[in-house]
Design a protein around this ligand. Structure first.
Ligand code: FAD
Length: 319
């Protein structure tokens, strides 16, 4: 029997997040002829109506208004609880983004429904949904089946295909009761405006303590600009003050799954690997041939990053 799946779509800088398109595509596949619906907190739902429809949703619930202009846990969770009670979906999908991973457990706890976070795969086996998620900092994978009731799952970015094929979604305004708000956002200060979002980037050029200074990140930024990628960092580089902590990748930083990860001057500590070892192709540039990063790298270059990275940039410019 077909499933009803609700997708929490997210807008960022005037665009839908790629992981939301992944979630919509997955919802379409899993719905088995059932219904895919999306919810978007935005004043601009009409701008995304076609795209959300093309990626699989027939209905788009728009939640707009002062209380939902910026993310706050109380406002978003309160609204989603009300919508889910009305729509009664079998499955709710969201990206494992800052918002998704914060709001999903709150909603699941309030509704007493299942929660599975940070999924990297979802299969259908014998009519049941089997969710795969990494555990022990990516060293093992856990498979989970929910046999009864509703489940809320968050999806790790860049792990699911994006496909088009539907028409435009019908917009349905949804006006939840505004819950008691314990926090109000007064101002949003962005540190990385205009750059590629690290958590969804397809290409990441990452620097470690080996870059030696903030200035040492410039060659990496140039390569990232040529490849249309984002710049990341190890905690070693962040702790040394070479870059902002928002760039940190790893167990206590961001978890990324790009198509290409170029690690420059990073030793490959287990805590760093926890954040990037699922990248599709890993390239390591390190002057120490014994550096552990080479054990997970698909391609390794033993050399000085300040010589290798500019050469790569030059070659990529020609391509
Ligand atoms: P180093 O280990 O100092 O490595 C620098 C590398 O650069 C060396 O391999 C060296 O050979 C190479 N190098 C130097 N000069 C050059 C050059 N000119 N050209 C090429 N190569 C060069 N770390 C994270 O990254 N992310 C996390 O989320 C994280 N969380 C942690 C959580 C906990 C609880 C703990 C205890 C640690 C955590 N760490 C994390 C820290 C982690 O253990 C390592 O200390 C850190 O990853 C090391 O950073 P690094 O590889 O940049 O530095």
């Amino acid at each position: 029997m077909g499933k009803r799946i609700l997708v929490l779509a997210e807008e960022k800088d005037g665009k839908l997040r790629n992981v939301s398109l992944e979630a919509l595509t997955l919802a379409k596949q899993l719905s088995d002829g059932g219904e895919v619906q999306a919810v978007l907190f935005s004043e601009q739902a009409a701008a995304f109506q076609a795209q959300i429809g093309q990626h699989g949703a027939g209905l788009l619930f728009q939640i707009a208004g002062e209380a939902w202009k910026s993310y706050t846990p109380d406002a978003y969770a309160g609204a989603l609880v009300q919508l889910i009670e009305q729509v009664q979906p079998d499955v709710i999908l969201a990206g494992h983004t800052a918002i998704g991973k914060d709001v999903a457990p709150r909603v699941a706890a309030r509704l007493q429904i299942g929660l599975i976070s940070d999924c990297t795969g979802v299969d259908v086996q014998g009519g049941e949904l089997v969710f795969t998620r990494p555990i022990y900092a990516g060293k093992a994978f856990q498979k989970k089946v929910f046999r009864e009731g509703t489940v809320f799952a968050t999806l790790r970015a860049n792990n699911f295909a994006v496909a088009e094929g539907g028409g435009a979604a019908k917009i349905v305004p949804f006006e939840p009761t505004v819950p008691d708000l314990r926090t109000i956002v007064r101002e949003v200060v962005r540190k990385t405006a205009g750059t590629v979002d690290l958590s969804e980037a397809k290409i990441i050029i990452s620097g470690g303590r080996g870059v030696k200074s903030a200035e040492g990140f410039r060659p990496l930024e140039e390569l990232a600009a040529v490849l249309g990628g984002a710049v990341g960092a190890s905690r070693g580089a962040c702790d040394a003050g070479y870059c902002d902590y928002s760039l940190q990748i790893g167990q206590t930083g961001k978890v990324v799954t790009p198509d290409l990860y170029i690690a420059c001057g990073i030793s490959g500590a287990i805590q760093h690997l926890a954040g990037m070892s699922n990248a599709k192709v890993i390239v390591a540039i390190n002057k120490d041939p014994e550096a552990p990063i080479f054990q997970v790298a698909d391609y390794g270059i033993v050399g000085d990053l300040f010589e290798v990275v500019p050469l790569l940039t030059e070659e990529c410019r020609k391509a």
